[in-house]
Design a protein around this ligand. Structure first.
Ligand code: ZN
Length: 212
């Protein structure tokens, strides 16, 4: 798919423009990793692993080449509504860019429309677009907020993301229960304490803790 990176929306989505996933090169690299760790890439269980891993990466990192136009297509509505819209507990799966290990959790998104609202099912897809990349949770949180801000031009956007990071859970200090919360507050979510509190109270109410 050709992505026009001069396009305003594509710029905000921070896409990869002129590249495609090179499956062959990716599979070759995985085979090299197998050799480097002392494995035998020819043994039965590993024969197709490089190809499988290449496919898996393509899927896990598909957010770089998502089409934001398609994603919000026909889902923007002119509505005279100026109360807070909240979508909470959006599951996401991402990959930490430091270790290329998964981090996952839930995102909570809120905005106060001025005259445009977006179909509710689209917000999780916006989260997917930014989570299916090599990420740090802080940047992902900000990107989600800024994208919604650009598309809807709302009075404000709030995004809170909770994440469990495999890189700290299964290696290093092995903090099995370490979770991180990040937030991005724009517009009235930044300037008005009451608005921010309404959002934060809502998402903490009845929230289940993250479990495996
Ligand atoms: Zn990491």
């Amino acid at each position: 798919m050709e992505i026009n990176c001069d396009d305003h929306l594509n710029k905000i989505a921070d896409l990869f423009c002129d590249t495609e996933v090179d499956f062959e090169e990716l599979a070759k690299s995985v085979k090299k990793i197998l050799l480097a760790i002392g494995e035998d890439p020819e043994r039965e269980g590993l024969q197709d692993t490089p190809k499988r891993v290449a496919k898996a990466y393509d899927e896990l990192l598909s957010g770089y080449r998502a089409d934001p136009k398609k994603l919000i297509n026909n889902a923007l509505f002119d509505v005279a509504y100026d109360e807070m819209v909240i979508v909470r507990d959006i599951e996401y799966y991402s990959m930490c860019e430091h270790h290329m290990l998964p981090f996952l959790g839930r995102a909570h998104v809120a905005y106060i429309p001025t005259n445009k609202v977006i179909g509710l099912s689209k917000i999780p897809r916006i989260v997917d677009m930014f989570s299916r990349r090599l990420q740090v949770q802080e940047r992902m949180t900000r990107q989600i907020a800024e994208f919604i801000d650009a598309v809807l031009e709302p009075a404000g956007v709030g995004v809170v993301v909770e994440g469990m990071h495999m890189c700290s859970m299964i290696r290093g200090v092995k903090k099995h229960d370490s979770r991180m919360t990040t937030s991005a507050m724009l517009g009235v979510f930044r300037t008005q304490m009451g608005t921010r509190m309404e959002f934060l109270n809502n998402i903490s109410r009845g929230a289940q803790s993250l479990h495996f």
